[in-house]
Design a protein around this ligand. Structure first.
Ligand code: ATP
Ligand code: MG
Length: 291
C-alpha cells in the first residue's frame, strides 16, 4: 500500500529552484532512499514531507490524505544537523525528548534497538560521530513512529560505523516501520533501500528499485574483453562499446553472451565480468561520480 505520495512538489529559495516538480510514492513497510549530490534538493524534499517546510506548490499525501502541520507529531525525524542541550548525558537527553510526547517507547527498548548501552551515561557532546548518530536515531524513535525520516544518517562515519548503523536500520525495518532516508552513499542505498529516487538539481532523474534500475541500465552484467581480441566489425546480440581498450558487452543473459564469444572463437583469457552498482548508474546519468 502507498503510505506516502508526493505530487508535483516545487520549492524556491529566492531564485534558487531547490525542488523542481517532483512526484513519487513510498510503500508502507519499505525503506525508501532519496539520493543525489550536495544541493540536489534532498533535505528540502524531506522537510516538506515532514511538514516542516511549506512547498510553493504540490501536495504530500499520507494514507491518501493531505498532510497537515500536526503530521510531524506522528513521525520520527533524524535531522541532518541537530543542536542538543549541553551538559546532558545520553540518558538525560532521551528522557528530555520523551517528555515531549504523551506516549513514548520505553527507554530500555530504545537503548536495545540503537545499541546505546555502552554510552548511555556519557555527556552527549563527547560522543564519536557514529555514537552521536545512534543517539539521534534513538531520539527519532522515541514516540514509536510508524514512519521514520533520516537525513544523511551516515555521512562522515567511518566504514565500520556505517555498517553498524545499517544493522540498526535493518532491526528497525523488522519492526515493520517505513523508513525514508537520504544519502549520497550509493552502496548504502543499494544495501538498505527497496526503492530509490535519484535527484539532481531539484529534479528526479531516475526512480525504481536498485535491482531493476541496474538491470534496466546495465543488463545482467557487463562482460569486458580486450578490444584487440575482438575481430573488427563483429556485432554482438547485446549492445557493446569500446572503452579504455576493452570491448564492453552489456549482456542480458550471461550464458548466451559467453556462448556467443565461444562461437566466434574469441579467446576468453582476458575476460572480465563486472556487476555495476548505483554509483556507476549515477555516473552514467549525470556524467559525475557521487563518491
Ligand atoms: N534555507 C535556504 N535558503 C536558501 N537556499 C537554500 C536553503 N536551503 C537550501 N537551499 C538551496 O537549495 C538547494 C537544495 O538544497 P538542499 O539542502 O535541499 O540539498 P541537499 O540535497 O539536501 O544537499 P546536501 O547533500 O548538501 O545536504 C541548494 O542549492 C541550497 O543551496
Ligand atoms: Mg541535505
Amino acid at each position: 500500500m502507498k503510505l506516502l505520495e508526493v505530487k508535483d512538489l516545487v520549492k524556491h529559495y529566492g531564485k534558487v529552484k531547490a525542488v523542481d516538480g517532483i512526484s513519487f510514492s513510498v510503500q508502507e513497510g519499505s525503506c525508501f532512499g532519496l539520493l543525489g549530490p550536495n544541493g540536489a534538493g534532498k533535505t528540502t524534499t524531506i522537510e516538506i514531507m515532514e511538514s516542516i517546510q511549506e512547498p510553493d506548490s504540490g501536495v504530500v499525501y499520507y494514507k491518501g490524505e493531505k498532510i497537515t502541520h500536526s503530521f510531524k507529531e506522528k513521525i520520527g525525524i533524524q535531522f541532518q544537523n541537530t543542536s542538543l542541550q549541553e551538559f546532558l548525558s545520553v540518558r538525560e537527553t532521551l528522557e528530555l525528548f520523551s517528555r515531549l510526547y504523551p506516549k513514548h517507547k520505553p527507554l530500555e527498548e530504545i537503548v536495545r534497538i540503537c545499541s546505546l548501552d555502552d554510552i548511555i551515561n556519557r555527556d552527549n557532546r563527547k560522543l564519536s560521530g557514529g555514537q552521536r548518530q545512534r543517539m539521534l536515531l534513538g531520539i527519532a524513535l522515541i514516540n514509536d513512529p510508524d514512519l521514520l525520516f533520516l537525513d544523511e544518517p551516515t555521512t562522515g562515519l567511518d566504514p565500520q560505523a556505517r555498517r553498524n548503523f545499517w544493522n540498526l536500520i535493518e532491526n528497525i525495518k523488522k519492526e515493520n516501520k517505513t523508513i525514508l532516508l537520504t544519502t549520497h552513499y550509493m552502496d548504502e542505498a543499494e544495501y538498505l533501500c527497496d526503492d530509490v529516487v535519484i535527484m539532481d538539481h531539484g529534479k528526479i532523474i531516475e526512480n525504481g528499485s536498485p535491482k531493476d534500475l541496474l538491470k534496466k541500465h546495465f543488463g545482467e552484467a557487463v562482460v569486458k574483453i580486450p578490444a584487440e581480441a575482438v575481430p573488427e566489425g563483429l556485432n554482438f546480440s547485446c549492445p557493446s562499446e569500446i572503452k579504455d581498450g576493452f570491448t564492453e558487452i552489456q549482456c542480458q543473459n550471461l550464458d548466451q553472451t559467453i556462448q556467443e564469444l565461444i562461437h566466434n572463437r574469441i579467446p576468453l583469457n582476458g575476460l572480465m565480468i563486472e556487476r555495476k552498482n548505483l554509483d556507476s548508474l549515477f555516473l552514467k546519468l549525470t556524467g559525475m561520480s557521487l563518491e
